[in-house]
Design a protein around this ligand. Structure first.
Ligand SMILES: Cc1cc2nc3c(=O)[nH]c(=O)nc-3n(C[C@H](O)[C@H](O)[C@H](O)COP(=O)(O)OP(=O)(O)OC[C@H]3O[C@@H](n4cnc5c(N)ncnc54)[C@H](O)[C@@H]3O)c2cc1C
Length: 320
């Protein structure tokens, strides 16, 4: 029997690849409002403004550049330069102290998918971004984009960590391998963002397909990370998982500064503030950049939770 929610999710992910649908949705007033709520803006200044506003409210930020598709080395260099400009601007705004605002990198944006030497180009560019982050006194997290490229992405993290031990890795709880990866990465100083895993359109035997199984896997992985010696970054909007993770952290006598929660810009801002006011570290993922990428980003958020479009429409002025 067809699961209507899975069908809707597949439909939305399919729409994300259609230019004509994108143009229509971008022009619709509700959609435009929704996009603007989920994305800080087009340029460095907009990303910095959103990050500093979050910091002023007691939250932390990880700023993520949405660049054009990277088709050649020159584009990869331009995307790298956008990250460097962001780090300079965050530092000038006083936002990088003690890693309060950091950057998240997509390896594809800095060259990973290029047919010639893509892995090397991406590593070189990521290394330059890490050098700039070190100079600014902050950190970098490497997003996990493609669940089929986990080994390749973690290898880049390992290479970077040789010089920059604070580089953050991302693990996805919907992958069956992730509990073992958590054990490998729960070492002293190791920053690990744990996510459920982004919505996908095709069944895959390497993943847990059932949402309940993904949540159970998330709990097992969070337990491994919180019991370990690293710095867990628990990225979820799921209230039950947040409660479980807080209980596990209490049980492990974790100091408040030894782990953090992460959520998306514009999603559950009241909960972000509530946690921050309770003394829990909350970092908000702030996307900004090229308008042509806004739609694809927002469609992925909608595919995870189609009701979000209504939610972002109803929400008041508590931006971020
Ligand atoms: C900071 C951050 C970084 C991420 N980085 C990556 C990455 O590098 N690679 C990757 O593949 N994925 C990444 N993700 C995406 C992640 O994998 C999930 O796809 C996404 O977070 C949705 O999962 P969820 O845990 O929030 O649960 P969901 O199943 O989407 O939501 C769980 C529950 O949260 C609540 N909720 C969710 N949205 C709302 C809302 N708008 N309003 C009210 N309640 C809501 C509801 O109770 C819902 O049932 C990242 C997510 C975050 C937050």
């Amino acid at each position: 029997m067809i699961d209507p929610r899975a069908a809707l999710r597949q439909g939305l992910l399919g729409l994300g690849r259609s230019d004509s649908v994108r143009r229509v949705v971008e022009r619709a007033p509700v959609s435009r409002a929704a996009l603007q709520r989920l994305i800080a803006g087009e340029d460095t200044a907009a990303g910095v403004a959103a990050a500093t506003e979050l910091l002023a409210s007691g939250r932390l930020a990880t700023v993520s550049f949405l660049g054009e598709d990277t088709v050649d080395v020159a584009q990869a260099s331009r995307n790298r330069d956008a990250h460097l400009a962001m780090l300079r601007a965050l530092q000038e705004a006083g936002a990088t102290q003690r890693g309060a605002a950091e950057v998240s990198i997509k390896l594809s944006a800095v060259g990973r998918a290029l047919s010639e030497d893509g892995a090397k180009v991406a590593l070189d560019n990521a290394r330059q971004i890490c050098e700039a982050a070190a100079a600014a006194g902050t950190t970098v997290t490497i997003d996990m984009e493609d669940p089929t490229a986990v080994d390749q992405t973690l290898e880049v993290v390992r290479d970077l960590r040789a010089d920059f031990p604070w580089v953050g890795a991302v693990l996805l709880a919907d992958l069956r391998r992730t509990e073992a990866d958590c054990r490998d990465l729960a070492t002293a100083g190791s920053r690990v963002r744990l996510c459920k895993g982004a919505a996908h359109s095709q069944p895959d035997s390497a993943r847990f397909e059932d949402k309940r199984d993904v949540r159970l896997s998330y709990v097992r992985c969070a337990k491994v990370l919180l019991e370990g010696k690293g710095y867990p970054m628990l990225a979820t909007h799921d209230a039950d998982l947040i409660d479980v993770a807080r209980s596990l952290a209490d049980k492990e006598l974790r100091a408040p500064e030894s782990f953090e929660f992460q959520m998306f810009f514009g999603i559950r801002p009241e909960e972000q503030l509530r946690l921050a006011q309770a003394g829990v570290a909350v970092r908000v993922y702030v996307p900004y950049g090229d308008r042509s990428r806004w739609y694809r980003y927002a469609v992925h958020r909608m595919a995870e939770r189609p009701a979000d479009m209504m939610y972002v429409r109803r929400s008041g002025s508590t931006k971020g």
